[in-house]
Structure formats: C-alpha cells, structure tokens
Design a protein. Structure first.
Lengths: 325, 524
C-alpha cells in the first residue's frame, strides 16, 4: 500500500511537469503581459527593456526551465499584476475556495444520494416527476445564469442573503474562515448551492440509475424473500452496492469543483483562487497562471489517489492481488 | 449585514471619537487597486484609490482644470524657462505625524522617475529636482517644458524618512522576487487613512482628522471590488453597497428609474476611433493586391461618410456616448466645436466616391478590435463592419482581448483597428506624439498607419518646447487641420461615464474616472 502511494506521488510530479510545460507553450498565445503592466505612454524601448528583464523574450523552454528551477526551491515568483509573491497570494485565497468546494460537495452528495434513492424507490410518485424535471434544469443551465438568478431572487427581491463576498471572516491559526460567523455562513449559502447544482443532479441521476439496476438483481429478490426489512434491503444492500461509481464521480467532481469554481467565484465575488486565476488570465499574469495550473494538477492527482484508496475499503474484491503477503 | 455595519460603525465612533455625523460609504467597482505603492503602476483604478491616501502636488477637478493640492503655487522661474518652481503647502503632516517638506517632494519625484517606476515616462524630461528651502522645490527640465505640471496629477508624495525606515526607497522589482513593504502599507498625507486591506476583497479607510483640507462628509470608506457587472448592480439594488463606479450601459436606464437609486453622467476623457494603414504598399488582408485601397483619400472620405455615429450612439451605446468628428476629447487643449462637427452619413455619396476611386466592387480587409477594453468595443466594430458593407468594403472582424490586441498596434501588424485614447495631460500634443507623428524613436508608438509627414512631425516636436502658449495653440490648430484633411484617424465617439449610487449620496463624474470620496455630498 505504501509503495503504491509513493509511486502515485512520484507520478504526480511527472503530471505536474507535463501540465506546466503545456501551460508555458500556450502562454505565448494568451497575450502580452507588458500591456497591462505599463501605461499607454510607456515608451517602446522601455517596454522592450522590461520584457528582457522579465525573461519574456526567451524561448518558452528557457522560460519553462527557469520556472521549474525556481519552483523546485519553492519560489513561484512575483505576480505581475499584484506585485506580491504568488505563493502568498494562492495561500491567502485557498481557504475560501476549499470551504466553498467542500460545502458544495457536501450539499451535492447528501441531496444527490437522498433524491437518487428516493426517485429510484418511488418511480411513480409525483415528487419524483418534479425532481427529475428540475434536475434537467440543473444539468443544462449554465452556472453563471443560476448564480445571477439566485442573486436576483434571494438578494435583490427578497433581501434574505448577501449578493457577494464572504461576509465577516476570522483567522484561526493562519486559516481565514467564514464558517464561524453568521454573515460568513449566510454568504456561503448561495455560491455553495450554485456550485453544487450540477454535481447534485449528476450524483442524483447516477445513484438513481444504479439503484434501479441493483434493485432488479437476484440478491435483492432473495433478500426480500428472506423477509428482510425494506430499510435493510434498500440501504444495507442496494445502496452500498451502488457506491463504487458514486465515489469515483464524486471524487473527480470535487477536483472539478475546486478547479472550475472559477465561474461561481466570479459571479459571487468569492475571494478564492478561481477568481484570482481568471483575473490573472485577463492580464496575462504568467507567474500566477503557472502556479495555479500546477496546483490544480496536484489536486487532481491527490484526489485520484484518495479515490483509489477508497475503492479498496468499499469493494473487498479489489483487495485481491495487491501483494499482501 | 445592515445590523452588523451599524454595530461596526458605532464601535468606530466609540473607539476613535469621530464626529457624530459619521457616514460610511460602501464603494464597489470592477477591479481592485493593483498595489498601494504609488509609483509602481500607472493605472487608473490604482491611482483613484491612491488619491484617497496619498496626495499629489497638483490635482484636476471635475471640470478638468488644474487645482492646487500639496503645491499652492507653481510657475516658471524668472528668466529661466526650463525650471519650474513649486511652492508647497505648509502645515501638512503624514499619517504617522511626520511633517511634509521639500525633501519629501525631492525624494518622491526622484522615486517616481527611477528606473523601475511606471510613472517615469511622465517625468522623462526632468533633469534634476532640488529643494530650495523647506517649502520650495525647483524642477530643472532638459528644455522648455511649458506643460510639465499637467504630468503631476497622479504622482504621489511619500515620506522620505518612512520610506527609508521601511526599505522602500526603490520601487518593487518584478524580476527580483523581493516583497516590497509599500505594496501593502501606506503613509500618505491624504484625507483618509488605511485601516485594513484584504487584496481583492475589501479595503477600509477612515477619515484623517489631521488633514489640512475641509472635513469630508464621508468619514469611512469600505471599498469592495466586484468583478461581475450583474453582481455589482445586484449589490447596489439590494442595498449592500452605496456607490457603483463601473455601471454597464445596459443597466443605466433601469437604474435611473429605480426608487432610491440615482445615476450621474458625464463625459470621460477617452476618444474611441478607428485607424488604418495609409501607406501605398498592398494590404495583406485585402483582395486588392496591387495597392492599398485606403491610401486613396477618396476611399477614406467614403469610409467617413459610411459610418453613422448617431446610430452607434443609439443602438450600441444606448445613448451613452458623445459622437465625435475629431479624435480628441472635448476637455483637451486644441478642441473646438468646428473640429468636432461630424458629417451626416451619406451612403450614396460614399458609393460614388468608391466608384471614383476605382473600387465600385469594394474590397476586403480585416478589422482588429479589442473585446474587453472599452465600453462595448466589439459591438462598435461589428456595427462599423455592417456600415462599411453598404459601400462594398467587406471587413472581417478579428476580435481579441486587449492583451493580444494592443501588441498588434505597437508592432504595426494591424491594418485596420479600433482603439481608445485617453489624454491625461489634457493637451493635443499627447495625441500627436503617439498617434500622428511618424513612428520613430520616442514618437508614434501607437501609429501603425505608416502616415508620415515631415513638416507635421517638426511642428509636433516643436510643441514640446514652445513656451509662447498663444503661438503654441496656433501650431496645434494647424496640425489638427492637416490631420483632419488627410483623415489620419476615423473618430467615433467619446465615452460617457455613469456612476450609480444610493440617492442620499452625490458623487460627480470625474473626466479621468477618478472620483474623490472626500468631495461626496450627502443629503438626508
């Protein structure tokens, strides 16, 4: 097991290098960073000098090598836009993104499994019909539209919830959290729902399909014949057997939630890494973009690793042949 | 939220014994200040924020005229037209209590023109800065620079001692990787002090009770960047912010009809225009391969007649623009009503001109446009593509973010493009230097047209050193006459700015889009 984990972590380094290499090839097509760093009256000669100083005239592989060389020493450079160390910028914003991602993943998982089981068990109920129709909207409406819609209903018309930001935050041991204040929790509701909606409907439909499949299986019929309670059958046997694909999807989606919180963070002015990234792309802030992409690659590798480990615990069959003695 | 703010402001009153009429203004705009270091970025949002904490020697009011700030008087030295003498305001202190004197001005101007400063271009003609006494500073120029004070409206004054103590004598070095204290910390002389700042989230400023000026009505500013326009407007409608600076044009009409919200309008110092290659070598993006069709004056005239500026104003800008006949905002020295008169569109005549030029079947060309820089920039270009189509010019639109668009212009790769030009010095020379003068050396950086007129270039260069202002204005008029005759630029309109706010506040539109919260009035 340990060897497996170590091997995976080593693989992750290769993945991250590959991601940043691709990133550096692409960066030259994003635009000219100098453009947003200087005023319109900066002379061309001064611009050229600045470009030289920042190494932007070097071929991409030289820029890449410099970046990797510094990154190995833990130095991701200074943001062109905000003039602060990139590591600090990302670390300051990471708690916001993680709190949002975890909150929305929890919402998606809890409600997704609940509705998935319900709609599978009661396929003819009018509630099922309603939920299924609404879930169509969940998968097909773009995130920014849902976000703006929720803002207009709950912030502008009803005035119940704040329309932007993270509310009041407190520092707990270097982690800036919004979970401990009332305004922080209230601010979390709308973005978390917006971000979770797609995953929620995805998990719900997945659980439903798997459940319907499993409920037709022989062992369920035999369980019923044995006179087990509905509860034991539905949750003890049926649901447990649907979990492998659900864990895979939820795990991968958590990665996407962190990586693609960009839109939700922008709509709600959520001060996370996603909105930092999108602002950096607009002004071609190469150091931030490179560090962010490496970070996201790392997140995906780690999540995949955790998902693989979870398989072993959920499905005993997979434990065979892992080299235990 | 409301309750919380109320408690917060009550606490503030208890803590610092502010006047009883403590007023908080919650200010939202599209972006945050990039840095608090006053000399490292020459960028509007950053300057606007800095103006509340730091101060400049001279200022520009909402009319666009220069007004005294930390300098009470400025004049050319007697018998020496290359030296400017600034008399400083006495009794001004920095937020840490240090006194503001001439040595701080010398330090700040030297810092602003140091190699890593992005303000240095504005001080390129300065040879040396010296303190004559505690309240007099002399700035020696390379040559006569009659308009140098115009360049000082965004150059902020820092405290020399504070800067030395905190090791910020130098401006932030991007390449070096050092973290600079001045990026996050301030010590200015301005009407507000920085209380707290979370970059990109929220900055809180409180009134500086020791400021030399009149006490502002707004005693606390909470500044929150909100990038998404729909969210920004929603926050105003839900009462979570008091003042929105960047209002999308499509929301202006609705907001001004909303109870409790008021909208102020005014022209911005920014002209939107089209430029094109004018030299004779054939265009790479055109099907006319022997010669550049636009080098023919008849074609340029036809293009000017094909563009319907009023239609762009009504349809694309929803009424929020000031159509222009000259590529110069109305505040700028040299502007006249005659120059700014624009022709009524005349498609018939334009088609005749095209036929006369030998292009009755028209030609193709690529139009480069930015899509995230100016108000509805891409939509303006789309409209113009349609209008030119009516006279047979089949333009293909190439739309890019500004980070990719601008290099096309500075490198001269574009053949037909949209650009906006702000004139921070409020003088025509600023336009001529970069847009009209032949592209060479320090001139013509944004002139990819290939237009080159030696006689005109000489006149443009003479403006830099001409101290007889009357003669200078006459030269400016001559240059504009030639530029208009040759149709070097195809002006469309000046952008209008709109601010939206809760009705009890009144924020006037500033032509440089740099409103000061210290000037905001409050009605009960």
């Amino acid at each position: 097991m340990t060897a497996f984990v170590i091997r995976r972590l080593l693989q992750s380094i290769i993945v991250m290098l590959a991601v940043s290499l691709v990133a550096f090839v692409v960066f030259r097509y994003v635009g000219d960073p100098i453009e947003s760093m200087v005023g319109q009256d900066m002379r061309l000669a001064d611009r050229e000098a600045m470009r030289d100083r920042l190494g932007l005239n070097d071929p991409f592989y030289v820029q890449f090598a410099t970046f990797v060389g510094n990154a190995v020493q833990g130095n991701f450079g200074i943001s062109y836009r905000l003039q602060e160390p990139v590591t600090r910028l990302i670390m300051e914003r990471l708690p916001a993104t993680i709190e949002l991602a975890v909150a929305s993943a929890l919402i998606a998982l809890i409600f997704g499994v609940f509705f998935g089981v319900y709609t599978a068990l009661k396929p003819k109920s009018p509630i099922t019909a309603t939920v299924m129709t609404l879930s169509l909207a969940g998968v097909s409406l773009p995130t920014f539209l849902i976000g703006i819609g929720l803002i207009y209903i709950f912030a502008v018309e009803l005035g119940w919830l704040p329309s932007f930001g993270r509310g009041t935050t407190v520092m707990v041991g270097g982690w800036r959290t919004g979970l401990l204040t009332e305004s922080g929790l209230r601010s979390l509701i709308l973005p978390a729902i917006t971000l979770s909606l797609f995953q929620l409907t995805l998990i719900m439909r997945l659980v439903r399909a798997e459940m319907l499949e499993v409920l037709r299986a022989d062992y369920i019929r035999f369980a019923r014949a044995r006179g087990l309670t509905d509860r034991a059958i539905n949750f003890g046997h049926a649901l447990k057997n649907t979990l492998v694909p659900v864990i895979t999807i939820t795990g991968l989606q958590l990665g996407s939630v962190i990586a693609f919180a960009i839109v939700t963070e922008t709509v709600f002015q959520w001060p996370g890494v996603g909105s930092l990234f999108i602002q950096s792309v607009q002004v071609v802030d190469v150091p931030v973009m490179a560090a962010y992409l490496m970070f996201i690659a790392f997140v995906f590798v780690v999540i995949n690793l955790i998902v693989d480990i979870l398989y072993y615990t959920v499905d005993p069959r997979l434990r065979v042949g892992t080299g235990k003695r | 939220m409301r309750k919380l703010l109320l408690t917060a402001s009550m606490l503030a009153i208890a803590a610092s014994a502010l006047p009883a009429s403590a007023e908080t203004l919650r200010w939202a705009r599209g972006a945050d200040a990039l840095t608090l270091d006053p000399h490292s970025q020459n960028e509007g949002t950053t300057h606007t924020f800095a103006h509340h904490i730091y101060e400049t020697l001279v200022d520009r009011d909402t009319e666009g005229t220069l007004t005294p700030r930390l300098a009470t008087e400025w004049a050319l030295k007697d018998g020496d037209d290359t030296t400017w003498v600034f008399t400083l305001r006495e009794g001004v202190t920095f937020h840490d209590g240090a006194e503001f004197t001439a040595e701080d001005v010398v330090f700040s101007l030297d810092r602003a023109r140091s190699e890593r400063s992005n303000m240095r271009q504005l001080h390129a003609d300065v040879e040396s800065v010296t303190a004559v006494d505690d309240y007099t500073v002399e700035v020696k120029m390379n040559g006569p620079s009659p308009l140098y004070p115009n360049n000082l409206t965004n150059t902020f004054m820092m405290d020399k001692t504070w800067s030395e103590e905190n090791d910020v004598v130098e401006v932030q070095d991007y390449a070096g990787g050092e973290d600079n204290y001045a990026v996050r910390n301030t010590n200015g002389t301005g009407p507000y002090k920085l209380v707290s700042r979370e970059v990109g989230v929220r900055s809180v400023l409180e009134v500086n009770a020791d400021h030399w000026g009149d006490a502002p009505a707004v005693t606390e500013i909470i500044y929150t960047p909100i990038a998404d326009p729909a969210t920004r407007i929603a926050a105003l409608l839900s009462g979570e912010v008091d003042f929105v600076q960047d209002v999308p044009v499509q929301d202006i009409g609705r907001l001004s009809e909303t109870d409790g919200i008021s909208v102020t309008n005014g022209p911005e110092n920014r002209i939107i225009y089209f430029g094109y290659k004018m030299s004779e070598e054939p265009l790479t993006s055109s099907d006319v391969t022997d010669v550049n069709p636009i080098s023919n004056p008849l074609v340029r005239e036809a293009m000017a007649l094909a563009v319907d500026r009023d239609a762009i104003k009504e349809v694309v800008m929803r009424g929020n623009s000031l159509p222009a006949g000259v590529a110069m905002p109305p505040f700028v020295n040299g502007w006249t009503e005659e120059l700014d008169a624009y022709p009524a569109p005349d498609i018939e005549r334009a088609r005749e001109l095209m036929a006369e030029a030998g292009y009755e079947n028209g030609f193709t060309i690529t139009l480069d446009t930015p899509n995230n820089r100016y108000v509805n920039d891409e939509a303006i270009s789309q409209a113009v593509v349609g209008m030119l189509g009516q006279i047979g010019i089949r333009a293909t639109l190439a739309s890019r973010p500004v980070a990719q668009h601008s290099p096309l212009i500075t490198s001269g790769e574009t053949e037909f493009y949209l650009l906006g030009w702000g004139v921070p010095t409020f003088d025509s020379a600023y336009i001529f230097n970069d847009l009209i003068h032949t592209k060479e050396g320090n001139y013509g950086a944004y002139n990819p047209s290939g237009y080159s007129n030696t006689e005109l270039d000489e006149k443009i260069q003479s403006l830099g050193t001409q101290t007889d202002l009357e003669a200078r204005d006459a030269t400016i008029a001559e240059i504009w006459a030639q530029v208009q005759e040759d149709r070097v630029l195809l002006p469309i309109h000046n952008q209008l700015l709109s601010y939206a706010m809760q009705s009890k506040f009144n924020v006037e539109v500033h032509p440089e889009n740099q409103p000061s919260m210290a000037d905001v009035t409050i009605s009960e």
